[in-house]
Design a binder for this molecule. Structure first.
Ligand SMILES: Nc1ncnc2c1ncn2[C@@H]1O[C@H](COP(=O)(O)OP(=O)(O)O)[C@@H](O)[C@H]1O
Ligand SMILES: [Mg+2]
Length: 259
């Protein structure tokens, strides 16, 4: 196995107009690591996540995925934008699971999971179906494959979305508040599937307020506030004392609300 980090932020800064949303981000995520990104609303967590597959461009610094710069690369003393074809090829290797599950409403669970394999990977339908069935079984939906999203609970829909990401055999899976849209009684089944994905050795970056998941599953917790990474620590240290007043304050609030 290579020592090349799976994800590397080098001196990244990003602005939306005058708003400085990512400030001097330096972050290295190794292969197989599960990193939870925590922080108050508006601190830049989603933006950070979306720069990893270059859904959001950055103005300073660079992001490398598996050793390759994504979105743009330096040539001499200027930046050259990556071609759409190159960018799309890299994006196929980066799975993303959103708060809103983003399934196709007119397709069954099985068809949703097959879609990327058939249209993007150009896989024969039979092979795509075999993989899709395997992935849906893995997330506990063997008996729901022929259901459309409207016939599934939120937790089941999110598990379909995770199966869809896994089917592409990504190098990395990014999760942006995957349980925030769910009723509390449905978050557990989704977190359990994510735990299973983590145990398979996937590199995962997870934006979440679920501190129980962070404590049990994350290798590191990265705390952001106002566009800056203030803490980057293993969970035992983070929960004992994150070492920064803003993080202590945040932790006090989320843990209090979770009880
Ligand atoms: N497309 C956008 N245009 C302008 N401002 C944005 C855009 N997306 C997010 N922002 C702002 O950037 C900041 C960080 O947002 P975001 O990354 O969504 O934070 P978080 O996910 O931590 O809640 C917020 O102030 C937000 O209002
Ligand atoms: Mg967000």
């Amino acid at each position: 196995m290579s020592d090349t980090p799976m994800i590397e932020f080098r001196g990244v800064n990003k602005w939306y107009g005058d708003l400085h949303v990512l400030k001097d981000i330096n972050l290295t995520i190794r292969r197989g690591e599960v990193v939870v990104i925590a922080g108050p609303s508006g601190s830049g967590k989603s933006t950070l996540l979306r720069t990893i597959n270059y859904l959001e461009p950055v103005q300073e610094g660079e992001i490398l995925v598996d050793g390759q710069p994504i979105g743009r690369r330096r040539q001499g003393n200027r930046w050259v934008e990556e071609s759409a074809a190159d960018l799309n090829r890299k994006r196929q290797e980066i799975g993303m699971v959103f708060q809103q599950f983003n399934l196709f409403p007119h397709m069954t669970a099985l068809e949703n999971v097959m879609e990327g394999l058939v249209t993007v990977r150009r896989m024969p339908r039979q092979e795509a179906e075999r993989i899709a069935r395997e992935m849906l079984a893995r997330v506990g939906l063997a008996d729901r494959m022929d259901h459309r999203p409207s016939k599934l609970s939120g937790g089941q829909q999110q598990r379909v979305a995770i199966a869809r990401a896994l089917a592409m055999r990504p190098k990395v899976i990014l999760f942006d508040e995957p349980t925030s849209a769910l009723d509390p009684e449905l978050t557990g089944e989704v977190l359990n599937v994510m735990l299973d994905v983590a145990r398979q050795g996937y590199t995962m970056v997870v934006v979440t307020h679920e501190m129980g998941f962070a404590r049990e599953v994350a290798h590191r917790i990265v705390f952001m506030d106002e566009g800056r990474i203030l803490v980057d620590a293993p969970p035992d240290r983070f929960f004992r004392d994150p070492g920064h007043p803003r993080a202590r304050d945040f932790l006090g609030r989320v843990l209090w609300h979770a009880e």
